[in-house]
Design a protein around this ligand. Structure first.
Ligand code: ADP
Ligand code: ZN
Length: 436
């Protein structure tokens, strides 16, 4: 067995063969959905498209889109495509952007999902010799169960830690000699900080790699985590609506995440017009699930903004790569008419030597938008005079202004006063919404 891949044949399939496989699966999947999901059948009927019109992936754009609103409207079972008795599991979104959405799985769907996670673990160097510490939340959230299942499939020793209880995480990490860490990047940063406080140096732990996802994180954050934990940090992406984590994953190249294209077809569209964009253009990511039985979404709009690349990858995988999503289209803040992604602010903070412990507050005062950035004062600057601190605030505000084109008010606060995240970090408060 080639240890570089979990499912070599699929992961390195020549492009022509992959397209043929996708087409064959799509034709079957569209029929399955049309016959079993009246909600989607109505959408297709309204658009005047029938299953016979779909001959392959070249016809994908004839199909209607699905959005999170459709899933909320059909909650709980309106998208079910098999008898409920065939389902073995329910998971749910984190509800980051509103009412939670649920997804259902047959055993076949769970297997497919866990295989995807196993591919990600192997791509990060995981084998049956590894000890995989999973500190994503378990339960309805897909992070824990997904990586847990993937780790079992690889044959690694799996530590189902779930999130939180940082003391115990560190104790088990050291006592059981964890080699691969799976959690959100914000929690990884927190673990790095906590290890340091315990006097454990990066070279003292046994970790070699981390598989981090479920929220946007910047390259600067990656460097910070890699340094504090002494590991290589890999990105993993997914969403409950498509299965969970493992829809795409990074290989050792760390240059975009390979999408598991034998199971999912990815498209990039213009979010305003719905028009499909060519590879290399930035837009909203749309997924069609080719193999799922219970909850097979076609042309699901993720609201995640990224770019696809078909450039050859040195790892040998032929699957298309997606860039790190900067954040969802609905994470984007429009402040004084300027589009701002919180990740841009994170980039500046880390480049300027601050920690990833920050909060962003947006409000509207006298009809003008305000932007306040709260970030912890680095401990070595604690003894600075008031003038010294305000000079630091000014210089940081200038660096953010250069990045965004609008000026924030920067507030340096005492170390450890910003709440650490154990799951998905919530960093933005938009108070304007409260007034509307
Ligand atoms: P919710 O939509 O409630 O957050 P999920 O828990 O299913 O529900 O989260 C999926 C979303 O998390 C994705 O659509 C994406 O916005 C975000 N996400 C997941 N992985 C990553 C990643 N590696 N980088 C950036 N964002 C990610
Ligand atoms: Zn690769």
């Amino acid at each position: 067995m080639d240890k570089r891949y979990y499912q070599k044949e699929a992961e390195t399939m020549p492009l022509e063969k992959l397209k043929a496989l996708q087409s064959e699966k799509l034709v079957k999947q569209v029929k399955h959905v049309y016959e079993h999901v009246p909600y989607y059948r109505d959408l297709m009927d309204k658009k005047g498209v029938r299953p016979e019109d779909i001959h392959g992936i070249e016809d994908l754009s004839k199909l209607p889109f699905l959005t999170k609103n459709d899933l909320r409207e059909t909650y709980p079972y309106g998208m079910l495509a098999v008898p409920l008795k065939n389902c073995v599991r329910i998971q749910s979104t984190s509800g980051t952007t509103g009412k939670r959405v649920i997804a259902y799985y047959t055993q076949h769907d769970i297997d497919l999902w866990e295989d995807c996670c196993a591919r990600a673990i192997v791509a990060a160097g995981g084998t049956d010799e590894d000890v995989v510490q999973v500190c994503y939340g378990y339960g309805l959230f897909t992070g824990g169960p997904g990586l847990n299942g993937g780790s079992h499939k690889v044959g690694s020793l799996t530590l189902p830690m779930s999130s939180g209880n940082t003391e115990r995480q560190i104790q088990f990490m050291m006592d059981l000699k964890s080699t691969i860490l799976c959690c959100t990047p914000s929690y990884a940063a927190y673990l790095g900080e906590s290890l340091k406080e315990h006097g454990i140096k990066p070279e003292d732990n046994f970790l070699k790699a981390g598989i981090f996802g479920a929220e946007p994180w910047t390259e600067e954050m990656r460097k910070d985590i890699e340094k504090s934990l002494g590991i290589k940090a890999y990105d993993i992406y997914g969403l409950t609506e498509t299965t969970g984590p493992g829809v795409s994953f990074e290989c050792e190249e760390q240059h975009g995440m390979h999408i598991n294209e034998d199971h999912f077809v990815a498209e990039i569209i213009n979010p305003e017009t719905g028009e499909v964009l060519p590879d290399g253009e930035k837009g909203e990511l749309v997924f069609t699930s080719l193999d799922k039985e219970a909850f097979p979404l076609l042309r699901y709009r993720t609201r995640d903004i990224c770019v696809l690349s078909r450039e050859k990858c040195s790892c040998g995988r032929t699957f298309v790569r997606m860039s790190k999503p900067m954040g969802r289209s609905d994470d984007m803040l429009i402040i004084r008419g300027v589009n701002v992604f919180p990740s841009q602010i994170e980039t500046v903070l880390l480049n300027e030597g601050y920690t990833p412990n920050y909060k962003i507050e947006v409000d509207r005062v006298n009809n003008t938008d305000t932007l306040d950035v709260f970030v912890e004062l680095p401990p070595e600057k604690l003894s600075d005079t008031t003038e010294g601190v305000s000079a630091l605030e000014k210089s940081l505000a200038q660096a953010i202004t250069t990045m965004l084109g609008i000026r924030p008010a920067v507030h340096l606060v005492s170390p450890k006063t910003i709440t650490r995240s154990e799951g998905k970090a919530v960093r933005v408060t938009d108070k304007r919404k409260l007034h509307d």
